[in-house]
Design a protein around this ligand. Structure first.
Ligand SMILES: Nc1nc2c(ncn2[C@@H]2O[C@H](COP(=O)(O)OP(=O)(O)OP(=O)(O)O)[C@@H](O)[C@H]2O)c(=O)[nH]1
Length: 205
């Protein structure tokens, strides 16, 4: 795998842009323009392999040519679904999106193992205003077979970086496993070849 496309999705104002910008620049910037959608690119090295990441940050405001969620879902190899722990409606939105992702991928070429979905509860620094309990996030993630993280993009750079590197690592491991499944090992294919040649010859003698 040389490239991976990650869509960062979720309700309005949950911190999608903040998460991406934090990962790319290590900085937390208070306000972000949300009237345009963006694809950011970054090259990362994972287990000695160079991977081109494309990170999709949707525009939440009504903007011209705004792609529908289905298009975003088909485009991406991995999803980071963000909700705001101080906003229950954003949790419901995340749940609806993860449900839609699973539905759209049911029976599609991308099998479950190839689908990477991380659920992220953001704004942990505002836990005095918490509306969504940590356990609720865990339960939702378990229900939809996602990985779960709760963090504050504002305060936790390391956790933000970990999320992206985990996702790329998982994808890398899966693609290696797929390659192994596709390509039989050298000794097996050699044995098959010898068997074909000598086995047939023995029969004809
Ligand atoms: N306290 C706190 N505020 C945060 C955190 N992350 C983001 N924010 C704030 O939440 C607001 C929305 O952040 P954005 O990154 O624009 O969120 P978004 O999901 O991209 O927003 P839209 O594109 O408008 O849907 C901004 O005021 C951010 O400063 C966090 O971890 N803690």
């Amino acid at each position: 795998m040389d490239e991976m496309k990650i869509a960062v999705l979720g309700g309005d104002g949950v911190g999608k842009s903040a998460l991406i910008v934090r990962f790319l620049t290590r900085r937390f910037i208070g306000e972000y323009a949300s009237s345009t959608e963006c694809i950011y690119r970054k090259c990362v090295s994972v287990d000695g392999r160079q991977i081109n990441l494309e990170l999709y940050d949707p525009c939440s405001q009504a903007c011209e040519g705004k792609p529908v969620l289905n298009d975003q879902i088909h485009w991406a190899d991995g999803f980071i679904l963000v909700y705001d722990i101080t906003d229950r409606s954003s949790f419901r939105t995340a749940k609806a999106i993860v449900h839609q992702i699973r539905e759209l991928h049911r029976g599609s070429a991308k099998r479950d193992i190839d689908l990477h979905i991380f659920l992220v509860g953001n704004k942990q620094d505002l836990c005095h205003m918490r509306e969504v309990q940590h356990e609720e996030g865990q339960r939702l993630a378990a229900e939809f077979h996602c990985q779960f993280y709760e963090l504050s993009v504002a305060e936790h750079y390391q956790e933000v970086a970990l999320i992206f590197s985990k996702m790329v690592q998982n994808a890398n491991l899966n693609s290696k496993a797929r390659e192994r499944r596709r390509r039989p090992s050298g000794s097996k294919s050699m044995a098959k070849l010898i068997n074909n040649v000598f086995g047939k010859r023995r029969k004809s003698v």
